[in-house]
Design a protein around this ligand. Structure first.
Ligand code: ADP
Length: 489
């Protein structure tokens, strides 16, 4: 019997390559393609942010009326294109008042005040769009708090057209829950009886993610370890009891990697290509990176990279605490990131004082992220928590050995170096302390300098690791079946 092909509506607030602030965009830009390759019929919906050039998109005829409670019906335009190298249609909801802004979610560190309305609007618009396209989803796949109202919307306000759809909510990061003034309940139009601590209420405020978790037929998160961790007070951000109450429908599915984008054999951003059979190009990438940052040009010095948001989550406090100590050692560090201002200033100061061995680029640069992955010997990711983490997985493919804290997806993807058995693909530490990080960095540096044979064989092992989106898509397929079966019971 051939398996049932599903119609899937996939909605996300950011999708690579159109708009990206983090890992959600990477996932939303590739998972739909992998699902399509399994034979499913999937459409992706996201906002048409101001930065997305509409002249490169196709205008869809007709206007979309989106009911927004007290705001009345708002009318949006729709644009479309295909995800690169695929037949997956992406639809962009065009509504200037909400999306015609400088940034996706915030400006100068301050979130837009109407983020609740902006993303409830996206969620409702995606359902109206399905009606306009006569697309009848079997599965509605929502991502993070932005679209977490979809499961209940599809069963209440939009039940007439969507009550048969199974709903799946993926949590990419539990820290961000969509916590707002409760007036958003009126905008959702789902009825105030859903405003209670088991559903959308948290301390008399609206918590979109909480309601999504309550009402989705299945909830997933992006690694198995994180699925366990979010049930504890250490990682639950106050939501642990609620998540435990719904643990029977919670699944952990590790993200894959788009190796067309992130592979040193084909990477369009790097100085020279390389692969396991020929590592010479990696040295050229290292030299190019040192040159780019004005570091001392030396092949033999260990070069350590960091790419990521400057947020507490990413362990920047730990790095800040040991950086002066590391500057006394024979090593180099490059950092690319933006976020908390204290960190930008602090690391900026260090780069001024130690310009031959420490370099900082404050900002967002896709090309530089690739160049750091390729040119460094080691990659630093000491996150306090990490739902999946993509950069450590990208690093593996570039033979850039990750130094990570054993949490979430970092723990699931990195196996600690074991000198006695010549095994492992990186360096891991456990306690979130300065000492543990410092000693682990120095351990990695020691292996690099004194045991080059072991370092090289670890690099080659790392480069062979393969994190396939096809495997992830097959796991999502199982979750979709579970959601449908549960939903139609
Ligand atoms: P998160 O989603 O928590 O930010 P992930 O590791 O899952 O972390 O994904 C981060 C993604 O964003 C990676 O693709 C990474 O390369 C990219 N990224 C983060 N910060 C920057 C930056 N400053 N410049 C370029 N890319 C960045």
């Amino acid at each position: 019997m051939s398996k049932k092909k599903l119609n899937i509506l996939f909605v996300a607030s950011e999708v690579f390559p159109y708009a990206k602030t983090g890992g959600l965009a990477d996932v939303a830009g590739v998972l739909p393609k992998a699902l399509k390759e399994l034979g499913h019929n999937i459409i992706v919906v996201m906002p048409r942010y101001y930065q997305i050039d509409k002249s490169k998109l196709t205008h869809v005829d007709g206007a979309l009326g989106v009911p927004m409670g007290p705001m009345g019906e708002l009318w949006a335009g729709v644009f479309t294109t295909k995800l690169p190298q695929s037949e997956v249609s992406v639809y962009f909801i065009d509504y200037e008042h909400f999306y015609g802004r400088r940034s996706l979610y915030d400006e100068n560190g301050t979130p837009y005040e109407d983020n609740d309305n902006r993303f409830i609007f996206l969620s409702k618009a995606s359902l109206q769009l399905c009606k306009m396209l006569d697309f009848k989803p079997d599965i509605i796949h929502a991502n993070d708090w932005h679209t977490a109202s979809l499961p209940l919307l599809s069963k209440t306000r939009f039940a007439e057209d969507f009550s048969n759809a199974g709903t799946v909510l993926t949590i990419h990061n539990l820290e961000h829950q969509g916590n707002f003034y409760k007036g958003g309940m009126d905008v959702m139009e789902i009825g105030w009886h859903h405003f209670n601590p088991m559903e959308f209420e948290s301390h008399d405020r609206l918590n979109l993610l909480k309601g999504g978790i309550a009402h989705a037929d299945a909830v997933t998160t992006v690694s198995k370890r994180y699925a366990q961790e979010i049930q504890t007070s250490e990682f639950g951000f106050g939501m642990e009891h609620h998540i435990r109450a719904h643990a029977s429908k919670l699944f952990g599915i590790l993200n894959g990697v788009d190796y067309d984008e992130w592979s040193p054999a084909v990477d369009k951003h790097i100085a020279e290509h390389f692969d396991i059979g020929n590592m010479n190009g990696k040295l050229e990438c290292k030299r190019a990176l040192q040159k780019h940052f004005g570091l001392e040009l030396r092949d033999d010095v260990p070069l350590i990279g960091f790419v990521g948001r400057f947020a507490t989550q990413k362990g920047i406090g730990l790095i800040a605490g040991i950086i002066s100590g590391l500057m006394q050692q024979d090593l180099q560090i490059v950092m690319l990131g933006t976020g908390e201002k204290w960190a930008e200033h602090y690391f900026g100061e260090i780069s001024g004082r130690h310009s031959d061995k420490f370099a900082l680029h404050v900002g967002y640069s896709d090309a530089l992220a690739h160049q750091i992955e390729a040119g460094c010997d080691m990659f630093l990711m000491p996150s306090l928590f990490e739902p999946c983490g993509l950069n450590q997985i990208y690093s593996l493919r570039y033979g850039t050995l990750p130094i990570v804290r054993a949490t979430g997806g970092l723990d699931d993807t990195i196996e600690n170096f074991d000198e006695a058995h010549n095994s492992g693909n990186g360096f891991k530490f456990y306690a979130p302390t300065h000492d543990a990080l410092y000693h682990t960095v120095m351990w990695a540096v020691g292996v690099y300098k004194n045991n080059q044979k072991a370092f090289l064989s670890m690099q080659k092992r790392a480069m062979k690791n393969h994190f396939s989106w096809r495997d992830a898509a097959l796991a999502y397929e199982d979750v979709y079946k579970y959601a449908l079966a549960k939903h139609t019971k």
